[in-house]
Write a protein that binds this ligand. Structure first.
Ligand SMILES: *[C@@H]1O[C@H](CO)[C@@H](O)[C@H](O)[C@H]1NC(C)=O
Ligand SMILES: *[C@@H]1O[C@H](CO)[C@@H](O)[C@H](O)[C@H]1NC(C)=O
Ligand SMILES: *[C@@H]1O[C@H](CO)[C@@H](O)[C@H](O)[C@H]1NC(C)=O
Length: 204
């Protein structure tokens, strides 16, 4: 009795220990060297599960409006990523109303959306906790292969979205990237990263 109680407690301690390890270890690989701006931008876009999407508000005329959205640019666990943000939205969403009226949007990503900044004890506002802002035009994903790719990434990373009904008009939209702003170190941001180089970067 006493022995099994001891082993029970040992098991509980082991389980708690394992849980603590699994929540404190960073789950993404480390970002590339800060001089590799394109690599850092792609790293943030790949490993962020959410992004802040800014629009021109359709109900607060003249104000910018921003919402936190599920994003995927491919699979988290595989060396497949496109660098192109994809969202899954209903036509009833405020965000959809905004970008249908004015397709110009910006997607803000941060290394703070991964485990990196917290695990390295880097403050969110430090330039070494990277930020990237992709600006461009929202476009509906129509091509069947691209829709399959969008589903593959979104449904694996955000399993709840699988149950959101396409019959209610949920659809995938992607960003046609026109400008990339990025900062990952001291010395100021790069306001116009080369979009071609960003898109042709070897997938992470
Ligand atoms: C990545 O995750 C997906 C879905 O969760 C799974 O089907 C696939 O086998 C995984 N790939 C690897 C390399 O683990
Ligand atoms: C992002 O989602 C993946 C699962 O696809 C998960 O393993 C990872 O921990 C999530 N990242 C954060 C910062 O929560
Ligand atoms: C972007 O990079 C590509 C490929 O390296 C190059 O051909 C192009 O001129 C660059 N564009 C700008 C605006 O610098």
């Amino acid at each position: 009795m006493a022995a099994s109680k001891t082993s029970y407690h040992a098991t509980i301690r082991l389980v708690l220990f394992c849980c603590l390890i699994s929540v404190t270890l960073p789950l993404e690989p480390a970002p590339p060297h800060y001089k590799d701006l394109v690599g850092n931008a792609r790293w943030m876009v790949k490993y962020s599960n959410v992004s802040i999407v800014s629009t021109h508000s359709s109900f607060l005329t003249g104000y910018p409006f921003a919402q936190n959205k599920d994003v995927a640019d491919g699979l988290y666990n595989e060396t497949l990523s496109s660098g192109v943000p994809i969202i899954y939205v209903s036509p009833m969403a405020t965000l959809t109303h905004d970008f249908i009226k004015d397709p110009r949007v910006s997607f803000t990503y941060s290394a703070a959306f991964t485990h990196y900044c917290r695990s390295q004890e880097i403050d969110n506002d430090s330039p070494t906790c990277g930020k990237v802002v992709l600006s461009g035009l929202m476009e509906k994903v129509k091509d069947a292969n691209e829709v399959s790719w969008a589903k593959y990434g979104m449904f694996a990373r955000h399993p709840a979205t699988k149950d959101w009904p396409i019959s209610h008009g949920f659809a995938f939209y992607k960003l046609k990237i026109e400008n990339i702003y990025v900062i990952d170190y001291f010395g100021g941001a790069t306001k116009h990263l080369n979009v071609t180089e960003y898109l042709s970067y070897t997938p992470l």
